[in-house]
Design a protein around this ligand. Structure first.
Ligand code: ZN
Length: 113
């Protein structure tokens, strides 16, 4: 290998190295976003589980008062989902459990048709 070849080799290596560094920075940014997203989802999941437990114990004490359990259970499931929707979370299979803010969601609204 002569000097010219060595220099060309070196500069192509340098270029690849720079590209790798840039990729690493992008990967790191993605990773940080994923970790943040994961944290947020875990938090939401925890909140929703608590909410479901609350609703479950509420409806358990309600259903003790009445008969016709099967029909009742369907009605309660519907009410619980409606309440979760009213509290600002998606109940549709597309975004289930994520906050929907003030906006209505067409997938969620199908549930109420
Ligand atoms: Zn939705």
């Amino acid at each position: 290998m002569n000097k010219k070849e060595m220099l060309e080799h070196f500069s192509s290596f340098e270029k690849k190295f720079t590209e790798l560094q840039e990729d690493l920075v992008k990967l790191k940014t993605n990773l940080v976003q994923l970790v943040e997203e994961n944290h947020q989802l875990a938090h939401e999941n925890h909140h929703l589980r608590q909410r479901l437990d609350d609703l479950r114990s509420e409806s358990e004490s309600e259903s003790e008062k009445t008969n016709g359990e099967n029909m009742q259970a369907v009605g309660e499931g519907y009410d619980n989902l409606a309440r979760i929707y009213e509290e600002g979370f998606h109940i549709c299979h597309v975004y289930f459990g994520t906050p929907r803010g003030e906006k209505d969601c067409i997938f969620c609204l199908k549930f109420f048709e």
